[in-house]
Design a protein around this ligand. Structure first.
Ligand code: MRU
Length: 396
């Protein structure tokens, strides 16, 4: 049967490719990504055999979304180590690839620390950082690079497993919160950008809550936006919602206001790329206007993110570095995998037009009804409440 793009379908196989996986073919270890720039048209795999190709995949958004960037960073260090490359150089390049999602640098530094600890002596490859699938416990002496590489991989795998667990817990806590905020109903939820299995080791963050509501028969409609600058709602969230048979409707970002005015939104659920110590939330550009709309229309605005997205070292929203992306994403209409400015896109503005294209915006805590993490939900969103979530996480 043909798929919705008219290609002969392999429908039975669609939707099975994980967003990220480690593989060890005879030619050597690789990181295999689901190339998100090609969705929804095709589920193509992108194979990274070194950190440089992974950096490129991060820059082009083949792999993206805060939790998944954390996993990519950690596996990237493991890849560099397993390939005998300069691990510190690879770690720095990976950590600097994108600035806003704190998970990326965190994942990198976690695996790098495991590598260094093992290299400098005497731990085991699984010691303290192992997880499901971690290689089994061989002794690592000082200078044992193969053992240190195994330790970095074990750290990446453990992070992967923790992220999957966090997804499931966020879905539970988020659904409980929705029921508290909107008792007894079937919810009409607006979500922005993409926060499902494509960004996570599990079923995601905000999307996982909507999916849990759907499975319980409590999702009346999922309103999906981010139709510019990157169409991530259209290309990715609609793709995920369709796979799960969820009732969803796509809208242009500029249609959100009239949707609220018509009383069609019960709650907004979004993810986060970084949550500052004061509870400010950086997320895909367009999130802040939704928060303003939600406040005006008395609709809960809920942020769902793992504790790894909270950065207590970032004191406030003003200290979050917001990535600025190429103006070509605005002045051209193109699919992300086609080259910008090189004839890959159709120009929609006069040649030479300047564009303002921040990848993210920052929502102040007073506009956020609640932050949901795997450690539970907090509302109101205050600095002590955010610190409390991190403290709870450290106790586990
Ligand atoms: O630029 P992206 O695609 O990496 O941005 C992704 C988002 O903004 C997501 O909403 C965010 O990472 C939360 S995903 C849990």
């Amino acid at each position: 049967m043909a798929d919705q793009y008219g290609r002969p379908g392999d429908g039975a196989r669609r939707g099975r490719t994980p967003a990220i996986r480690w593989d060890e073919p005879p030619e050597g270890p690789v990181l295999v990504l689901l190339d998100q720039t090609r969705l929804p048209a095709e589920e193509a795999e992108l194979v990274c055999a070194d950190a440089a190709s992974l950096v490129e995949a991060i820059l082009t958004l083949a792999v993206r979304g805060a939790p998944l960037l954390g996993l990519a960073g950690a596996y990237g260090v493991a890849l560099a180590a397993a390939r005998g490359a300069d691990v510190d150089e690879a770690a720095d390049a990976l950590a600097a690839a994108r600035p806003t999602a704190v998970n990326l640098a965190r994942g990198v530094r976690l695996a790098q620390a495991a590598y260094r600890a093992a290299l400098s002596g005497g731990t085991t490859a699984t010691g303290g950082t192992g997880g499901p699938g971690a290689p089994g416990g061989s002794p690592v002496g000082a200078g044992d690079r193969a053992g240190a590489a195994r330790a970095a991989l074990a750290a990446a795998r453990a992070l992967h497993a923790r992220d999957a667990d966090a997804s499931a817990a966020m879905a539970r806590h988020g659904l409980a919160l929705l029921d508290e905020l909107l008792p007894g109903g079937r919810h009409r939820v607006l979500t922005h950008c993409n926060t499902g299995a494509l960004v996570s080791g599990g079923e995601g963050t905000a999307f996982a809550v909507a999916l849990a509501a759907h499975r319980e028969g409590r999702l009346r409609r999922l309103w999906v936006d981010e139709t510019r600058p990157l169409w991530q709602g259209a290309r990715l969230t609609a793709y995920e919602a369709a796979r799960h048979g969820m009732p969803y409707t796509l809208l242009t970002d500029s249609a959100a206001g009239s949707l609220f005015a018509a009383g069609e939104v019960d709650a907004v659920l979004i993810g986060a790329d970084r949550i500052a110590a004061d509870g400010s939330v950086a997320n895909k550009v367009g999130s802040y206007p939704l928060a303003v709309l939600a406040r005006y229309h008395h609709v809960p605005f809920v942020v769902v993110a793992p504790v790894t997205t909270i950065d207590l070292d970032t004191p406030s929203g003003a200290s979050i570095e917001v990535e600025q992306r190429s103006g070509h994403e605005v002045t051209e209409v193109r699919m992300p995998h086609t080259a910008a400015g090189a004839g890959g896109g159709v120009p929609v503005a006069p040649l030479g037009t300047q564009a303002y294209n921040p990848a993210f915006d920052v929502t102040p805590p007073e506009l956020v009804t609640a932050v949901v993490t795997e450690m539970g939900a907090v509302s109101p969103v205050t600095a002590p409440a955010i610190a409390g979530l991190c403290a709870r996480s450290r106790q586990v």
